[in-house]
Design a binder for this molecule. Structure first.
Ligand code: SF4
Length: 258
């Protein structure tokens, strides 16, 4: 395959041309862990420039509300969750209040969300566990959080990172897709992707990096048609050429190489 010719102002030895040469080299041989880590750090820097502020888009005023909102956000949009939580939080402002209610009452308030019956049950069980096992407080370790109903590693990492400032990598569908496209992980399983990313970046970068990947997945690196032409990561992304070619030829199936 022919290498792209450097454009005006991108002569041999320019930073852009050096990046391209390095990527071309990497395509011919396997990237070392040091090279991959350096590339991951460069990606993290560019994402930080593109998205300086990292905020959880789920409305909440304390850690308990954040936990409830993250449990509700599974397989639905943050906007949909933000519509139901004001009334939910008004009626059940503490784990004790939520634990006392019937899951049918919770269902009525969250029925616009997917999986609302299972989520209502999980919320009530989780609230009971908080009251009975943790004195009504949200715990601050991965082991304790993942014992709670409705809480997996993804939810636990959001709570750890944003509520307790304990580094954690949040692997949702966007983070998973981008980690693979960017060549930072070959795995499908979130726990393995989490492990791969944690080896490439220092702990103090984990929380913000994974959240920025999620933002980038929502705004630029779409599942079906990634906007590679306007992507700030294109020079550091091994998938850029493949997607550009597929999209230029109008072929469907960009999804197949996610
Ligand atoms: S270059 Fe394309 S595939 Fe790579 S991260 Fe950007 S949008 Fe996604």
């Amino acid at each position: 395959m022919k290498e792209r010719v450097a454009g005006a102002g991108e002569g041999v030895g320019s930073p852009r041309s050096r990046v391209r040469s390095e990527l071309a080299l990497r395509r011919r041989r396997r990237e070392t862990i040091q090279e991959k880590s350096a590339r991951a750090k460069a990606i993290a820097e560019r994402l930080a420039l593109a998205y300086p502020e990292v905020k959880v888009p789920l409305h909440h005023s304390d850690i308990f509300e954040l936990l409830v909102a993250v449990i509700l956000s599974a397989q639905c949009t943050d906007e949909a969750v933000n519509k139901v939580t004001p009334e939910l939080f008004r009626r059940y402002p503490s784990p004790a209040k939520l634990a006392q209610t019937d899951s049918g009452d919770i269902e009525k308030l969250i029925r616009t969300l997917g999986l609302f019956r299972a989520k209502a049950k999980a919320l009530r069980r989780c609230a009971r566990q908080l009251v009975e096992e943790f004195g009504g407080r949200v715990p601050s370790t991965m082991a304790e959080l993942t014992r709670l109903a409705g809480v997996g590693r993804k939810t636990a990492n959001v709570i750890l990172g944003h509520a307790f400032k304990i580094p954690g990598i949040v692997v949702d569908t966007h983070c998973r897709r981008l980690s693979r496209r960017l060549g930072l992980s070959r795995h499908e399983e979130p726990s393995k992707i989490e492990r791969d990313l944690s080896r490439l970046l220092p702990p103090d970068a984990w929380t913000d990096f994974s959240h920025r990947l999620i933002i980038h997945g929502r705004r630029v690196c779409y599942a079906r048609k990634p906007a590679c032409a306007s992507c700030a990561l294109s020079e550091l992304c091994p998938s850029q050429r493949i997607f550009s070619k597929i999209i230029a030829q109008g072929k469907p199936g960009a999804r197949n190489i996610s």
